[in-house]
Design a protein around this ligand. Structure first.
Ligand code: BJW
Ligand code: ZN
Length: 263
C-alpha cells in the first residue's frame, strides 16, 4: 500500500510543501529523538509506555544515581542494550540514510543513544547524548570500551566481568555508560558541530522528539533564526509545533518514506 494513503489530506498537502523545501535546499539537517525508534521496539522516554513512566529519571539517569547505586544503573542500561540488540532499524531510519546519499549536504543530529541510525547506513551522524554501546571510565582517564554489536575491535584489558560484578576500567575505576545524563554538559565538539550544522541549514527536519530537553530542543529555533525552513514530524503536538513552518502529523516510519517519494 502507498504509505501516504494512511495519512490525512492535511498531511498530504504539507508533504508537498515539505518536499519542495527539501528539494530546493543546499544543506539539510535532521534532528531525531526517541520517536523515530519507537516502531523498532525501543521505548521512548516520555508518553505511554515511555521509560520515565516505569523508572524515575532521577534514580537512573544522572551521576548522583550512578555514584549511589552503580549496579542498579548498570542493570537498567544492560536491559536497554538487550532491547536494542533485539531491534532493527525501521523505514524511518532507512529513509534518512538514503536522504544522506541523495542530497548534496545532509547531517543527522540525533539525541538517540541506540545506534540504529548507523545500523541503517547513515554515516554523517552527530550523537548529542552519546551511545549506549560505549562505556567510558567514570574517572575519565580516557579509556573507552565499544561493545556495539558491529564492533569487532576490543580492548583486551577492559571487558565485562562475571555476572553480578561491575565493569571496571584498566585504572581500577568503574566504567559507566558513555551517555549524557541530566546536569552533565554535552561534549563541546559534538555540540559545536550540531550548532554549526543547524545554523547553516536551509531545512531542518525535527523527527520524533518531544522537544523538552535542552540544548537539543534549541536547535530548530537556532536554524529558523538563521533562515532555515523548519519541518516537524511527530505523532503528537510538541512545544516546537507552534513555531515550526510545516507540521507533518504522523509516524515517522510512514511520513519519511512518503516525503522521500515526493522528492
Ligand atoms: C513519534 C513516534 C513515531 C513517538 N513517529 N514520533 C534550558 C532550559 C531548561 C532546562 C535546561 C536548559 N538547558 C539545560 C537544561 C537542563 C536539562 C534539561 O533540558 N532539562 C529539561 C528536561 C527541562 N538539560 C541537561 O541537563 C543537558 N545538559 C546540559 O545542558 O548541560 C549544561 C547544563 C548543566 C546543568 C544545568 C544547566 C546546563 C543534558 C541532557 C541529557 C539528556 N539525557 C537523556 C538520557 C540519555 C541517556 C539515556 O538514554 O539513558 O537523553 S534524557 C532523555 O531525553 C534522552 C533523550 O535523548 C532526551 C530527549 O528525549 P526525546 O528523544 O525527545 O524522547 P521523548 O520520549 O521525550 O519524546 C518522544 C517523541 O516521539 C514524542 O514527542 C512522541 O510523540 C514522538 N513519537 N512515536 C514520530 N512513530
Ligand atoms: Zn580509567
Amino acid at each position: 500500500m502507498d504509505p501516504t494513503m494512511a495519512l490525512e489530506q492535511a498531511t498530504r498537502d504539507a508533504l508537498e510543501r515539505a518536499a519542495k523545501a527539501i528539494a530546493g535546499a543546499r544543506r539539510v539537517v535532521a534532528l531525531t529523538g526517541a520517536g523515530i525508534s519507537f516502531e523498532s521496539g525501543v521505548p521512548t522516554f516520555r508518553g505511554p509506555g515511555g521509560l520515565w513512566r516505569q523508572f524515575r529519571p532521577e534514580e537512573l539517569a544522572n551521576l548522583q544515581a550512578f555514584n549511589r547505586n552503580p549496579a542498579l544503573v548498570w542493570e537498567w542500561y544492560s536491559w536497554r542494550r538487550q532491547r536494542i540488540a533485539e531491534s532493527r532499524p525501521n523505514a524511518g531510519h532507512e529513509c534518512l540514510a538514503r536522504l544522506e546519499r541523495r542530497l548534496p549536504a545532509f547531517t543527522l543530529v540525533t539525541q538517540n543513544v541506540d545506534g540504529l541510525h548507523r545500523q541503517a547506513g547513515s554515516a554523517r551522524i552527530v550523537e548529542l547524548h552519546g551511545n549506549i554501546w560505549r562505556s567510558v571510565c567514570a574517572r575519565r582517564c580516557g579509556v573507552v570500551l565499544d561493545e556495539s554489536p558491529w564492533e569487532t575491535r576490543r580492548d583486551p584489558e577492559c571487558r565485562w566481568p562475571e555476572p553480578g560484578a561491575l565493569p571496571r576500567c584498566t585504572c581500577g575505576s568503574l566504567l559507566r555508560p558513555d551517555v549524557v545524563w541530566f546536569g552533565e554538559s554535552l561534549d563541546t565538539d559534538v555540540l559545536g558541530c550540531a550548532i554549526d550544522e543547524a545554523g547553516a541549514a536551509d531545512v531542518i527536519l525535527v523527527v520524533g522528539t518531544s522537544g523538552l530537553v535542552y540544548p537539543a530542543a534549541a536547535l530548530p529555533d537556532l536554524a529558523r533564526r538563521n533562515g532555515a525552513a523548519t519541518i516537524e514530524i511527530n505523532v503528537e503536538p510538541t512545544p516546537l509545533s507552534e513555531s515550526v513552518d510545516i507540521v507533518l502529523r504522523g509516524p515517522s516510519e510512514l511520513v519519511l518514506p512518503a516525503l522521500e517519494a515526493r522528492l
